[in-house]
Design a binder for this molecule. Sequence first.
Ligand code: ACM
Ligand code: ZN
Length: 616
Amino acid sequence: MKKYCLLVILAAVLGTSCHRSVTVTNLNIIPEPVFQVQKEGSYTLKDNPAISMVNLGQNSSTARYIMKSLRHAHLRPTLVSSTENNDIELILNDTVNSELGDEGYLLEVRSTGIRMSANTETGLFYAYQTFIQMLPTDVVKTSYHAITLPECTILDYPRFSWRGAHLDVCRHFFPIKFVKKYIDVMAMYKLNKFHFHLTDDHGWRLPSEKYPRLNTVGSWRVDRDDQPWGQAEPAQEGERTTYGGFYSREELVDLVQYAANRGIEIIPEIEMPGHTCALLASYPQLSCDGQPCEIPIGPYWPPKDIVCAGNDSTLIVFKDLLDEMLEIFPSKYIHIGGDEAVWDKWKQCPRCQRRIRTEHLRDEAELQGWFMRQIEDHLASRGRTVIGWDEVDDGSLSSNAVVMAWRGVQNGMTAARDGSKVIMCPTSHCYLDYYQADSRYQPASIGGLITLSKAYEFDPVPMGTNSHIAANILGGQCNLWTEYINTPSHAEYMLLPRMLAISEKLWSQQEATDWNHFRRKVEDHKNRLSAKGYNYCEGSFTPQFKVRKIDDHTMNVAIETEVPNTYIFYTTDMSTPTRQSAIYLGPINLERGTHIKILPVYNDIERDSIYEYVIK
Ligand code: ACM
Ligand code: ZN
């Protein structure tokens, strides 16, 4: 019996691992490369490829990443020293190819093998990300004996140097394992700046030796995680604070290296002077009135707690905390927040008012500017450059400070016109905590609506921007605030696939981007993401209704999804629609009160749920 079982298992393994071969015909690279040409011939990659590396030490992080990733894709690569007749050649250019710059690459699939070359390890890393996207979408789950790839040449480099994604780990706390998974998916799509939002009203996530109460008090709140964010019951008197956590120094040091190995720089953020409730809960003496604030457990608006700008200790504490943070994060840029400060407490505070007088400031707005400037000068003395949310663009920071435009592209354009460097992440296109489809069919979110096609309309440098302004726009990023997101799986659902749209808009040349083409590629990538264990949203297939009155009883109903070539099957008799139901061909007249039920089908796959709508 035992023997029989073994044989069955062996046969199953052989069946899945040794005899499968596949021919790839279409390339679906995201972000779209600058230049890509597919040719007639092909190359068959065996599952035991010989790899050579030229000018790339086999212990370099890129070489190690690539070898490990190939094994993850069920290949058994062997490093060889000969540079002739290898399956895969990785070449760090001897002579710089100026067209490629620091992040570009050349990838060629020839009849004789695959060749990737770049000026830098980062360029090679991106060549590899493109290469891996050529392989079947399930390659991390399935062993292929042979993968036949079309001959092709891809020459590629990014449009913007700042291609970011942000993650708020304060409103909800996410384990470091998930943060790594987030970084992994950023790397797949050639994003290179991870904006780590580490402190806010709802929790302090940085470790601090000097100010331990930040971790014993400020990192924890009363647990209401089983209740919807907007309906959390108030904390009881004396209730223990058990939700939260913070990262250890070792975890963060390791994370920085993990990200760097994937071409990603981590930009940490300490928020100030507002969004500091977790800090003030830990050290109430830093507030204007000395009263402790309670770490909120749900919506907190307006965020009125603010550090006292008239108290010298406040600046000392922030400088200390920044210094501790700088030891962990080597990034050139440090984010110092600056958004949404509410100055009511400053108006009532004798010390803040004294500071306004002694520093010859006009008002609380100038007091905030003065405060941020003290922090900027401190960081500059440590060789770092500050980034602030676009509220900081009031003339108080130096011209080196970078403005992160979140309230609108226009704010970024103004700052860029005035000579500041700018990162665009407007709420209109880049806030991935917003709904991505009709809210009736989505998990609760903070509001707004940014569908995939809307995200794909993002352009950090809108058409027609003059070159002087354009030169100051470093790029853009998507932001993931997590008030309504409390699990890794939900974070992925909000991020994907919209992050892919943002990535293509940050990497690809403006003229190379095309919604219909992108949308087709996304299907392939959803399979790829799913094979890697990522969750994603099918919101693009949610029907959008346009209803027009014909007479008192009848309405004309137009239905569409944002994806061309989606078939819409529907019923109006309360039955569940199937592919045998009526197919929608154009606007239909329906009586008021009719229940219409819809089944969207795309690429022969039934999408998500059945959608129901009552004609009113
Ligand atoms: C922000 O969304 N308050 C930067
Ligand atoms: Zn004060």
